[in-house]
Design a protein around this ligand. Structure first.
Ligand code: GLU
Length: 306
């Protein structure tokens, strides 16, 4: 096994506790664990519970990951307990004038004419360079709406390049992304960067619906003086119609499969087969046998007996 890149280098899995993990989530978790372990990295679990929390979901997710044979180092981190670290990162950016208050509603952003070449949905820059009087008016309006202004990053670049294990060099758009939302909740893009850096995560394996967010996250890491991680974005799991796998697709969670008489080993077996390996029974079998060069690059079409 190759030597660890540095003593604290780590991979991680970071589920949102919004319900039970489905087969696609479990596959991504196994791959993140395998990639970390085969390179001698630590592996951390982080619960992304700033939003969309379902009671009891965290505990069930941890039990399911254990049932597949995953283990992790140190305490499980919860984003809901990391407010001080996020505040500190925002202050660091504030002192360098890299943050501005934004008084726009979601609708105003959608309806504003976007800058030439800006990707759809990109922030049009409305509040970036307001005069002090305009800011006062914006704050007064927020008080009427009983909202706080959102805090946005004053991005100094329009795009940034990251390295992905499978996708190679990926250049993507960076806009004036939200750091703290109008409801006071820290934005996912900031939390993920601060948490990964604090845990020594230098390898971010996750589903590829987040590949387009990687450049802005890496840029934010750069601004905060944190090391930019290497990425490993895993294709999504989809149903027979090619749509992203979801609970409504039937018995797609570990617990659903157990209720239908399968074992955790059978579920790992299915995940192994999606990687071209037959006969895997536990995550350790995947660790031993899977070569990351052989990750199918298409979405995993999940077909299950009813
Ligand atoms: N919490 C996110 C999710 O469950 C993953 C974020 C990440 O891995 O960076 O989709």
């Amino acid at each position: 096994m190759p030597a660890p890149p540095s003593p604290r280098a780590a991979g991680r899995y970071a589920p949102s506790p919004s319900g039970d993990l489905h087969l696609g989530n479990l596959r991504t978790a196994i791959l993140a664990w395998v990639l970390a372990r085969r390179s001698g990295r630590a592996f951390h679990l982080r619960i992304e519970d700033l939003d969309r929390v379902r009671e009891g979901s965290e505990q069930r997710q941890l039990e399911d990951l254990e049932a597949l044979g995953l283990d992790w180092d140190g305490e499980v981190v919860r984003q809901s307990e990391r407010g001080a670290a996020y505040d500190e990162a925002i202050s660091q950016l504030l002192t360098r004038d890299q943050v501005f208050e934004c008084y726009c509603t979601r609708r105003e952003i959608l309806e504003a004419p976007s800058a030439p070449h800006a990707p759809p949905g990109a922030y049009p820059g409305t509040c970036r360079d307001l005069t002090p009087a305009q800011r006062e008016a914006g704050r007064a309006r927020m008080r009427e709406l009983r909202r706080e202004p959102a805090l946005r990053l004053r991005a100094g670049v329009a795009e940034w390049t990251v390295r992905d294990l499978w996708a190679g060099e990926v250049t993507g758009a960076v806009d004036d992304l939200v750091l703290r939302r109008g409801d006071g909740v820290v934005a996912y893009n900031l939390a993920v960067v601060v948490d990964d850096a604090a845990a020594g995560v230098d390898q971010v394996a996750r589903a590829d619906d987040l590949l387009s967010s990687a450049p802005r996250q890496a840029y934010l890491a750069h601004l905060l003086g944190r090391a930019e991680p290497e990425y490993a974005h895993v294709p999504l799991a989809v149903n027979a119609d090619g749509a992203r796998l979801a609970k409504r697709d039937g018995a797609v969670t570990l617990r659903d499969r157990l209720e239908r008489g399968e074992s955790a080993a059978d579920v790992v077996g299915r995940i192994g087969e999606s990687l071209g390996l037959s006969g895997c029974r536990t995550a350790a079998d995947v660790l031993e046998r899977w070569d990351p060069a052989f990750l199918p690059r298409e979405p995993w079409v999940v077909q299950l007996p009813a």
